[in-house]
Each structure stands twice: as C-alpha cells, then as structure tokens.
Design a protein around this ligand. Structure first.
Ligand code: ATP
Ligand code: MG
Length: 578
C-alpha cells in the first residue's frame, strides 16, 4: 500500500479530552474519530486493526468448536422482560420505541436473544452441546464513557454462549473457552492474567476476567505470591479476624471536639492519629433506605461485597441532605456507637484494631479510646472492603500483591439462570425436560485496541505487537525523487509477494515527518531507504526496542519476512544485525 494513497489524517496535538495515552495516540495517529461521547468512527487503519483482532478471535473460537452466528442489535423488550432484566438493568440499557409504540432495547449483551434462538431450535440432548458466538456492535449507556475505546457507549464485542445437557458438560465448555481466551490474548502479544471475578449484571455462579496489565487500568487485581490465586479486588474474599483484646489501662471511650473535621485527613491532623486508627463511615442509599458501612480509615468499601452483606440490589452513595433528613445523623461525624436503628455493616478488620477513633454521632465531635472488643461487639461484621497488597491470601498463607488491569475478556458459568427464567428446555436422555446448562463469554474487541496501546507505547506513539499492527512493515523512501525510490519500491513489492503486510511511504514529505509518522502509527519494522541504497545498504529499525542497524538489501526481504511471521504468534520480533 502506498502511504500517499492512504486516508491517514494524523494530528500534531492530542485532543483536549484525551487523558489516557491510548486515546491520545489513537486519535493523533488517525485510527479513530469521535462522533459523540463514547461513540467513534474508525478510519481505515483503525478498521485494519479491528479486523486483525476479530480474525484471531474467530480462528480460536472456531478451533474451540464454537460457531459464528449474527444476532440483531435491536432487541424486543418482551425477551428482556422474560429474563427479568428489563426491570433490573437500569439506565445503562438504551430503550426505544418503534412507530407502533412497541418497546425495544439496543442489546448491551445477548443472553436473551440467544436463549430464545436455541429454545426454538434445539429440542433434544442429542443436539447438545452447542456453542454459538457473534462479533457485533453493543450499546451500553455508560454513565462515564472514557478513554476513547476503553469505555465506549457503542463498542464491538465478541459474545459466545454455550448450551450443555449436564453441569459437567457446561464445565467442559467453560474450560474450552477459558483456554481459547488464553490463546487469543497470547497471540495478540498481550501481558495478561486470568482472575476470579464478580458476575455483575450478567449473573451466574463462577467467572473469570482476563485482565491486560497496565498502570492506567480501571480494575484492581490481586494475586498471591505463593499460590495460583488471582482475583479482581471486587471478588477477593478476605478472612474476618478475631477481636483483639482491649489494651490494659485504656480508659472509657470519650468525646472530643473536632470542629469542622469531617474527613479522615482533617481528623487525623487534628487529633494526631493515623488513618489506620480511625473508623470511616460511608453513607449509602441501599434499595432506597439509608445504610452505613464502617471500614478502617485507610480502606475502601467494596460495593459488590456491601450489596451482598446488606442483601440489597441497588446501592448508591447517599446524598448528604437526604441522609440527614432520613436519619437525623450528622454526615462527617457518624460512628458506630449511638446511631439508633440505622442499617449498618462493619468490616471484619475493625475487630483487629486495639483502639479506634470514630464519629460521635454529634456535630463537630469524635470519640477516642474506642475499643472494638469492648465497645463494638454488637455490630454486624462482614468482609466488605477492597483487598489490598499485603493482605493474606484466602487460599493459603501467602501475601497478596496488587496490579492494575484492563478487562478485555470475561467468561461466566451461568448454569440455568437464563434457561430457567425463559423456560428453555430440552428433552434429556431420561425422557424428562430439563433447562439448558449455560455459559457466556465476552471479549471487548474495540477495547483491545486501547489495552494493547496502553501496554505497548512510548512518548513517540504506538508500538503494535506484530499480530495487531495495521501494517507489519513500513518501507520509508527518504528521497522520493532520487534513485533510492526504486530500491524502496522493490523492497516493498518483495515483502508483499512474501505475504507481509507492508506500507510504502512514498509521500513527498521530509524524512523527519516520515520517521515521526511511522513511530506514531506504530509499525513494528521500519526499513529506511536513504542515500546508501545505491550501495545496497538500508537501515532497519525495530519499533518496540528502538534498535536500528544497517543491513544489505540482499536477502533482506526474506529475513524480515521470516522474523515477522515468527512474531505473528505473539512473541517479540527477533531481527538483528548480522
Ligand atoms: P466493565 O466492568 O469494564 O464495565 P463489564 O464487566 O460490564 O465491563 P462484560 O459484560 O463482562 O463487561 O462484557 C464483556 C467485555 O466487553 C468486557 O470484558 C470488556 O472487555 C468489554 N466491554 C464492556 N463494556 C465496555 C465498554 N463500555 N466499552 C468497551 N468495551 C466494553
Ligand atoms: Mg465483565
């Protein structure tokens, strides 16, 4: 491909709204353009990368025995009412009406549609197992679309659904998808971890997320330093410690004045204590009622765990005025002693605190010398905080380490959740009707572009793994008018003949612009054809390492082709000076 013919509008500056590197580079390098919040167009090179992602996914899905189908994006409300999610899903579900007033949604995920499909066409255990997948545009009206393709509202997902006759069969299907995901992300050259995860809006009894490790990731994950345990912090269970004894000689809990000190930081400054000696109160609206969660001052509440502990569905941080009106208690000074009948749960870790400082339930005051063993026996304790580095592994006695990750895939063991709700049954060997045992398996196709760039970039731009690059090799002709142009053209043609995706920068531009663009766009191998081309010498540059070396054009195409082919499986490029 000639660069002079490519629609490749690169920009000097990143757009102002782009805070994350992958977003900046995707826009600057001309891969995507914003249409509305969380909604993007893909330019030619963007489409090329998306197609590469899809191809790898398709190959591995097919190899694992899944079959491709294509379902509609617009889904009738009746199906969602049958599963019960029409009422439950909340404002992320984009709902619409047709001209007759019939209700629809734009599918954020397709369990309902596929269950309906399969229940109509699969009657007998003899037709099982079956695993159907599609690669399709989804819509989720995310409250905070961010970081370009990372969290879009419209995005492309691969979603697969397995149907089995038995639980054992469904486990085998889950395992096949789990293994396929390992191959997919390995082939893409991504550094990732599979971690135990919460099942969220989808539901089911077991799930794993595939997380690409990156500092900019939204997800916190922990893994054990001595066993194979790894989980999203939302999911990682923590042991509840026993109460530690009240320190000898500790006086009664007493009220001290803390005027204006409503935050952990201001209280610690005023009283000269540290955050881990404090009890923090987090106020919620839980299924419409006020509730409070107590955690140590330096910890975060884990809302997935809090929902479970309180036994509620909808959990939001409470509006302070609403909370005061409902309870009469002063936000900022709320504590576990004397809070009346307020619904509350305390994190188990509070029991390991010898003494604590907490709100006094009166304005401008805190309680000091609180001993949980002596004063807080009556609270309901549960595991309601986020795991952090240094916590004890729930499986062994090892310690947890923490990472940031970007969720690119998620596999769920659903069991009969949807098949029961939607009476999707088959005739089993024993002559009875049984609900299907299901699993569902998602991959964020477009999010992978962001995740790959977060992991593979530098200040100059993107550095694609070979498997995802829009072009594997760029040949830069530095003097479009000189004789070296012919050499460059020849190298390009040879590489194309060898089945290497190659772009030929034939533009009438300064060398600096060509170098900058090649680095910004992220071509893995760059061959610079300059003055020495007449003597048969060119320069080869490896984008990922920055290594450059001179090479003879003699046999170069074959050598480059061999290295590129080897790296298509997700490994580093092995190409060096002779
Ligand atoms: P998240 O926790 O990031 O909101 P999720 O758990 O809601 O994602 P799933 O329902 O598991 O997402 O969807 C399957 C995959 O689709 C995710 O693993 C992710 O890679 C991708 N995905 C989900 N939401 C978005 C989005 N808003 N933009 C881009 N990709 C997304
Ligand atoms: Mg998920």
């Amino acid at each position: 491909m000639r660069a002079s013919r490519l629609h490749l509008p690169t920009l000097r500056e990143a757009p102002k709204d782009a805070e994350v590197v992958s977003h900046q580079h995707l826009v600057r390098a001309g891969y995507i353009r914003r249409v509305a919040a969380g909604i993007y167009s893909f330019l030619p090179l963007g489409v090329k990368v998306v197609e590469k992602v899809k191809t790898i996914i398709r190959q591995e899905m097919n190899r694992a025995g899944a079959q491709e189908i294509f379902m509609p994006a617009i889904v009738p409300a009746e199906l969602w009412q049958e599963s019960g999610r029409w009422a439950k899903y909340g404002p992320e579900l984009l709902r619409l009406k047709d001209r007759k007033g019939a209700e629809f949604c734009v599918g954020p995920t397709h369990e309902e549609v596929v269950v309906d499909l399969v229940r109509k066409d699969v009657q007998s255990y003899k037709q099982l197992p079956v695993n159907l997948y599609q690669i399709q545009t989804k819509f989720r009206d995310e409250i905070r679309p961010r970081a370009g393709l990372m969290r879009g509202r419209e995005f492309i997902m691969k979603d697969a659904y397995s149907f089995d006759a038995t639980v054992a069969g469904a486990h085998a299907s889950y395992k096949a998808m789990f293994d396929a995901y390992h191959r997919i992300f390995t082939r893409m050259g991504l550094d990732f971890r599979a971690v135990e995860a919460d099942t969220g809006n989808i539901g089911g009894s077991m799930s794993h997320e595939f997380q690409v490790l990156a500092e900019s990731g939204e997800d916190a994950i922990v893994s054990c330093d001595s066993c194979s345990f790894a989980a999203n912090v939302e999911k990682a269970p923590l042991a509840l410690p026993e109460f530690v004894a009240t320190p000898v000689g500790l006086g009664e809990a007493r009220v001290v004045e803390t005027p204006g000190a409503k935050t952990i930081e201001s209280v610690t400054q005023m009283l000269g204590c540290s955050a881990d000696q404090m009890i923090k109160a987090i106020l919620y609206e839980a299924d419409g009622e006020p509730a409070v969660v107590f955690v140590r001052g330096d910890r975060e509440a884990n809302e997935v765990k809090v929902k479970q502990a309180l036994g509620v569905n909808a959990l939001y941080l409470a509006d302070a005025a609403w909370f005061v009106q409902k309870t009469g208690l002063p936000p900022g000074y709320l504590g576990p002693i004397g809070m009346g009948g307020l619904k509350a749960v305390a994190d188990g870790e509070l029991r390991a605190m010898p003494t604590a400082v907490c709100g006094a339930n009166q304005k401008q005051a805190h309680l000091v010398d609180v001993s949980p063993a002596r004063d807080l026996q009556g609270l309901t304790y549960a595991d309601v905080r986020m795991a952090v580095a240094g916590d004890v592994c729930p499986r062994c006695s090892g310690l947890l380490r923490s990472f940031k990750g970007i969720e690119v895939g998620h596999v769920f063991f659903l069991g009969q959740k949807y098949s029961k709700a939607m009476t999707a049954t088959f005739l089993d060997e024993d002559g009875t009707q049984k609900p299907f045992e299901m699993g569902c398996y998602g991959i964020g196709v477009t999010r992978i572009l962001s995740a790959a760039i977060e992991q593979h970039h530098d200040a100059r731009g993107i550095s694609w793994p070979v498997a995802l690059a829009p072009y594997e090799v760029a040949v830069l002709a530095l003097n479009p008018d000189g004789p070296s142009f012919e050499h460059a053209q020849k190298l390009h043609d040879e590489l194309v003949d060898l089945d290497i995706e190659t772009v030929f920068d034939d533009r009438d531009e300064r060398p600096g612009i060509k170098f900058n663009d090649a680095d910004l766009l992220g071509y893995p191998v760059q061959i610079v054809v300059g003055r020495k081309a007449d003597q048969g010498i060119v320069e080869v540059k490896i984008r990922s390492t920055g290594v450059r070396f001179e090479a003879s054009v003699e046999g170069l195409s074959a050598k480059v082709a061999q290295a590129v082919r080897a790296a298509r499986g997700g490994t580093a490029l092995q190409l060096a000076a002779e």
